[in-house]
Structures are given as C-alpha cells and as structure tokens.
Design a protein around this ligand. Structure first.
Ligand SMILES: Cc1cc2nc3c(=O)[nH]c(=O)nc-3n(C[C@H](O)[C@H](O)[C@H](O)COP(=O)(O)OP(=O)(O)OC[C@H]3O[C@@H](n4cnc5c(N)ncnc54)[C@H](O)[C@@H]3O)c2cc1C
Length: 398
C-alpha cells in the first residue's frame, strides 16, 4: 500500500489549494471559519462559484458535469476545500439525489434535474427519516398510493434539513404495504410547493433553524416522478448512503478547526500567559491532534484501497471514519469552549442578521452554539451506535 502522492497528485493538490484560497470569495470562507451560518443566498452563490469551475459535482458521471477523478483526487479536493473553510456543495444535491438520478433515473429525468441540481437552481431536501423510523429506516410508513397517473402521498417526515429553503424533496415512500419492509419502498421526487405539504420548523438546542418536520396530506405527484423502478427504492437509498465514503470524516475541517483554536488560544490568557502556553491545555489539544493524525492515516489507507477497489460498493471502513471523525469534531468544540471560558456562557446565536452587541470578544460567539450544534454529528448519517454495530459485524466479524 503506497500512501505517497505522485507528482501529478501533488500538482492537482496545489491547483485545488490555489483555487480555494485565491479565487473563492474570501468573505464566504471567513464566515464559515468563524462558525457562522451562511444565508440561503450565500450558499447558492458559493455552490455556483464551484460549479463555474466544474467542481460542484465532481463525483457525477462526466456527461452530467462530473470529473472522473481518482479516489486520491476526490480526497485531495475535499481535504483542501475543508482546510480552506470553503462551504461544501449542498450534500442533498451533490452527493445524494444527483448520483441516484444519474445512476437510476430515465434520460428525461437526467435532463430535467441534473444540471439544475449542480448549479443549485433547484434546492433539494432529503425526506427519509420519520418519527420512529431513523436508524430503523426500513420501517417507514409514509404511503404513496397509485391512483391513475398519480401517486397520492400521505405521512410525515422529520429532521428534514433546510426544508424551509427547498424547491424539491426526494422521498422514500411505502408503495407496497404487503411486501417485506425493504421491498415495498419507492424513491419519489416532488416540488415542495405541491398542495398538501406543510413544513414546520424544529428549533434546535443551539437556537438555530436547521431541521424541520414535513407533513404530506393527499399530495398529488405525477407517476413519472418515480425514480427507477417501483418498490426498488431501498436499493437506491443504500446506494445513496454508501456513496459518501471518505469525506464524512471531515479531517480537513478538523485540521482547520485546530488551527483556529491555536490562533484564539494565543489571544486568550491564563494568569499572565497566553493559554496556548498552558501545559494542561497543550496536552489536551495535542491528544486530539494525535487522534486526528491517526484518522487521516486511516482515511488515506481507505483511499489507497479504493485505488484498486470496485466503484460504487460501500466500504465498511467508512463507518470507522464517520465514528472517529465525529468524536474528534465534538472534542474540538469542547476545546473551543475552553478557549473562551466564561464568554461561552451568554447565549449568542449565530443566525444571519443578528445585531445584538457581542459580550466578550467577537470570536467567543461561535463557541457555545457550535458546541451544541455539533451534538448532531454523532446522530445523523447513521448514529455512532449504528456505526459501531457495522464495524462489529462487517469488519470484526462478531
Ligand atoms: C441535525 C440533523 C439533521 C438531519 N437531517 C436529516 C435529513 O435531512 N433527512 C433525513 O431523512 N433525516 C435527517 N436526520 C435524521 C437522522 O438520519 C436520524 O436522526 C438518525 O438516523 C437517527 O435516527 P433517530 O433520530 O430516529 O434515532 P433512533 O433511531 O430512534 O435512535 C435513538 C438512539 O438509539 C440508538 N439505537 C437505535 N438503534 C440501535 C441499534 N440497533 N443498536 C444500538 N443502538 C441503537 C441510536 O444510536 C440513538 O442513540 C437528521 C438528524 C439530525 C440530528
């Protein structure tokens, strides 16, 4: 196994670094580095800058805007993007619905949806989870009944991220109640302004509005909005969830966070000395950095294995990346709280448009909301307990 980069890979990395740090709008990077949420307009602008460079959907087939990169190039692109604090393309478009339509959709569906998804002309949201059907997703109950040329959809989705911004939803619906639970599910897409859809915000512990409940009450959807075959939706959902293999560790984002913590710890003092010189603090930071280095090596081993592996097959090692990556991201939010100390106490939400004066230094506002917000990383994308089950079965053979 060769973990060294070739000269071509190093040239690619340098080009990615230059583009992200010199051409990408600095104000969007700075806002992301400070942990502030981007507005809808800023997220659209950000994705369009990437798309204009051909880098919004590199994982798609070339004829639909993809790049046919090697796994190493994908890794370098993600790592450089995260280290430069460039907001990633909207995952629902770029890593989820796009690849599914490109792989299983009809030509007509590809023409209708893909270019618009790449450019964020259409904002997509993911309607998978339901109350009682999260980890056990196959138990979902939202029903799509065939009536003539339409499906009639009834039920409820929950935790639907940024549904308040979305133009379209891709939904798992039960189309055969009599079949085994995985075999009666279909993958259906429809506009969020369809009659009978209600979006209700869920306010999270950080004070933000990131997730929603979405209710369907006799929503009429043309049958042509079915992606792939009826009752094969579970296969497409597995394809979708298995797609993201290495970026999920967010090693680049954690490296950027370590740098920021170091910068801020140089500004804060304990007694007369900067916090960054405090032995106890240094020990804690070093211990997370060591874990992060180990995770990066594991990620590179997965990438090296992918150089030769068949594409499109989920790699169970991605569970280790998700698990360790989320633990490290959470540990870093704890250290950031420690840096600002009591200034993390006042409730200072990061929402756009806030005009309250800041208590303490400006950078203190990010620490507490970020800490609370990051509780999510061990839940979404398959909770850490579920990842441990996968590691136990698929890797350790227990
Ligand atoms: C911020 C955020 C955004 C999200 N965005 C979306 C979205 O856009 N679209 C979408 O469809 N979903 C979304 N989700 C939902 C997410 O996928 C689910 O929350 C996740 O799958 C867990 O399901 P659950 O919340 O129903 O918890 P449950 O499945 O009820 O789990 C509760 C607890 O039990 C544990 N547990 C469950 N089963 C087992 C088991 N077999 N063995 C051991 N422990 C187990 C879990 O680890 C967890 O600790 C989002 C979630 C969050 C937090």
């Amino acid at each position: 196994m060769d973990l060294n980069f070739t000269p071509e890979e190093i040239a690619f990395r340098d080009e990615a670094r230059r583009f992200f740090r010199e051409e990408f709008p600095a104000e969007l990077r700075e806002k992301t580095a400070a942990g502030h949420h981007l507005t809808k307009e800023e997220m659209i602008r950000s994705q369009r800058v990437l798309n204009a460079r051909g880098w919004a959907v590199p994982n798609w087939p070339v004829e639909w805007g993809g790049q046919a990169w090697t796994p190493v190039q994908v890794y370098l692109y993600q790592d450089e993007m995260q280290q430069a604090n460039v907001p990633p393309p909207l995952a629902f478009n770029a890593s989820m619905v796009g690849p599914v339509i490109a792989q299983f959709g009809s030509d007509e569906q590809k023409r209708r949806y893909l270019a618009r998804a790449a450019n964020l002309d259409d904002w997509w949201c993911q309607g998978f989870s339901e109350p009682g059907s999260g980890s056990d997703l196959a138990s979902l109950r939202t029903k799509a009944e065939r009536r003539g040329d339409n499906f009639i959809i009834n039920g409820q989705k929950t935790w639907t991220t940024l549904a308040q911004h979305a133009d379209w939803i891709f939904c798992l619906c039960r189309t055969d109640a009599a079949a085994k639970k995985q075999e009666g599910i279909s993958f259906i897409v429809f506009p969020m302004n369809s009659k009978g859809i209600t979006v209700r915000p869920i306010q999270t512990i950080d004070g933000g509005h990131e997730v929603n409940e979405v209710f369907f009450d006799d929503v009429e959807v043309p049958a042509e909005n079915l992606i792939g075959q009826e009752n094969k939706g579970w296969d497409y959902a597995k394809f979708l969830l298995g797609n993201e293999r290495t970026g999920i560790a967010r090693v680049g984002a954690s490296k950027a966070k370590v740098q920021r913590i170091k910068q801020l710890a140089a500004l804060e003092t304990v007694g007369e000395r900067p916090l960054i010189e405090d032995a106890k603090f240094r020990e804690k930071l070093a211990s997370v950095e060591v874990e992060l280095k180990a995770l990066e090596m594991t990620q590179l081993r997965v990438v090296a294995a992918e150089r030769t592996a068949a594409r499109g097959k989920p790699n169970p090692a991605s569970s280790i990346l998700k698990l360790k990556g989320s633990v490290i991201q959470q540990q870093l939010t704890e250290l950031a709280i420690e840096v600002v100390g009591p200034f993390a106490m006042p409730y200072q939400p990061l929402e756009a448009g806030r005009n309250e004066p800041v208590i303490g230094p400006d950078y203190a506002t990010e620490a507490a909301p970020d800490y609370f917000n990051y509780r999510k990383v061990s839940i979404y994308g398959g909770s850490n307990e579920i990842q441990r089950n996968i590691v136990a079965k698929a890797i350790l053979g227990l």
